[in-house]
Design a protein around this ligand. Structure first.
Ligand code: ZN
Length: 417
């Protein structure tokens, strides 16, 4: 055989996340992949594969009975930002309202100020640390949004940081332009002017960058109206950028309906989504991305994820990592909230951070489940079986991580005193 093959053997359970429902687990499994392409060649019962392949030609690594899953995917983050807002979080804990916080200089605009002032190197260094934290939890792909520049120069700086990180860090970064995050302070009294700049000047410059795939809009009360969001997203589609929407979070606005109308890939947040919105998303194939850590952190009611799953929508979960409403990239917390607060089943929660999350970033043909031809992006658990991801509450159960077949992370051990 001319191909250079490697294998993971003695896998206690291989959680493939294949098929329309459930996890499709193979016990006592092996997974063979091509070392050069980083793609899966074949997987199945080890006994069967050993009959088919000559293992003397294959570099095999013993998994010692551990469970192996697809690398996790976070389809909604704002991980490149300047500064922190710990002060604001503490104000909120004291019961201060969002309006009072804004008056004290908090909110998204304070991150915009800090991101404008941050150097490229500083954003890159902090971005790298955040990707490291994701990787240690078995996350191999994340989506990252711009939106803390609200002016072309800083938006491009954020996107360039993500590009360099995607090239140099093992975690893959899918880029989204979120120039319509808020109406920037300097345009409070001339919002139309900012929207014109966004469409006429920022979109063409952003769309020139091949690696930017999506355009997102914060369609909600006090931010962008449904009409404005539609205009921006359709203009972006003309430049080849697929659509995402932050919608129906603070108030019901019809963000889900708009997502369905314009063929958006996903609609995100959805705390206040309508029944009609759920029906239309289902018909149009829009993926709902639910962000329970944000609702938890803001002490809001959770999005009706159970209802969406019951209606057959492929619910995806994301952390929403950002410095304001949700400073957390914790997958263990995400899975705990998904099962205890959103009432998703453990199987639905795991699909929501693998195959459904892949669909939310239009990557389901390449990642998100384990089958021949897909990338060998893998999370290996330090636990007897996959249920410990849910059962071991709030604790990272990941032992090691593979990206395109290459081991990129292994759990460290403490040293004896
Ligand atoms: Zn967000």
């Amino acid at each position: 055989m001319s191909e250079k093959l490697s294998a993971l053997v003695n896998i206690g359970e291989l959680v493939t996340c294949e098929g329309e429902k459930g996890l499709n687990i193979i016990k006592e499994a092996a997974l063979i992949f091509n070392k050069e392409s980083g793609r899966i060649t074949e997987l199945g019962k080890e006994e069967t594969l050993r009959k088919k392949y000559d293992f003397s030609d294959i570099t095999a690594e013993d998994m010692e009975g551990r469970p192996v899953l697809p690398g996790f995917i976070d389809p909604h983050t704002h991980f490149v930002f300047g500064g922190y807002r710990a002060e604001e979080y503490f104000w909120r804990l004291q019961g201060m309202s969002y309006l009072e916080i804004m008056e004290k200089g908090g909110g998204i605009s304070s991150t915009v100020r800090a991101t404008r002032e941050s150097s490229f190197e500083d954003l890159y260094r902090r971005g790298w640390q955040r990707l490291d934290s994701f990787l240690a939890q078995g996350v191999t792909t994340i989506e990252g949004k711009s939106g803390y520049g609200m002016e072309l120069e800083t938006e491009l700086k954020q996107l360039e940081v993500m590009k360099k990180l995607a090239q140099e860090h093992p975690v893959d970064v899918v880029q989204t332009f979120l120039g319509a995050h808020i109406i920037p302070g300097e345009y409070q009294d001339s919002r139309q002017k900012y929207i014109d700049i966004l469409i006429d000047r920022m979109l063409p410059a952003v769309a020139e960058r091949d690696e930017v795939e999506f355009c997102d809009v914060f369609c909600d009360k006090g931010v962008y109206t449904v009409e404005e969001s539609e205009k921006i997203l359709l203009a972006a589609q003309k430049f080849g950028l697929k659509s995402k929407i932050h919608g129906d979070e603070i108030e019901y606005m019809g963000g889900a309906e708009l997502a369905a109308k314009i063929g958006a890939v996903s609609a995100e947040h959805l705390l206040k989504v309508s029944d009609q919105g759920i029906t239309e998303m289902e018909k149009a194939g829009v993926i709902p991305v639910i962000l329970p850590i944000t609702a938890f952190s803001l002490q809001e009611n959770y999005a009706p994820a159970r209802k969406m799953a019951d209606r057959g929508l492929p619910v995806a979960l994301a952390t929403d990592l950002n410095p304001g409403s949700c400073y957390s990239e914790s997958f263990p917390l995400l899975l705990a909230l998904a099962t205890l607060k959103l009432n998703l089943t453990p199987e639905e929660a795991i699909r929501a951070v693998t195959i459904n999350a892949a669909r939310a970033i239009d990557r389901e043909k390449k990642i998100g489940s384990l089958k021949a031809g897909k990338k060998a992006d893998l999370a290996v658990l330090d636990a007897p079986d996959y249920r410990h991801l849910i059962y071991h509450i709030g604790v990272n159960s990941v032992h090691s991580v593979y990206k395109s077949g290459k081991k990129v992370k292994e759990k460290g051990k403490s040293l004896k005193l």
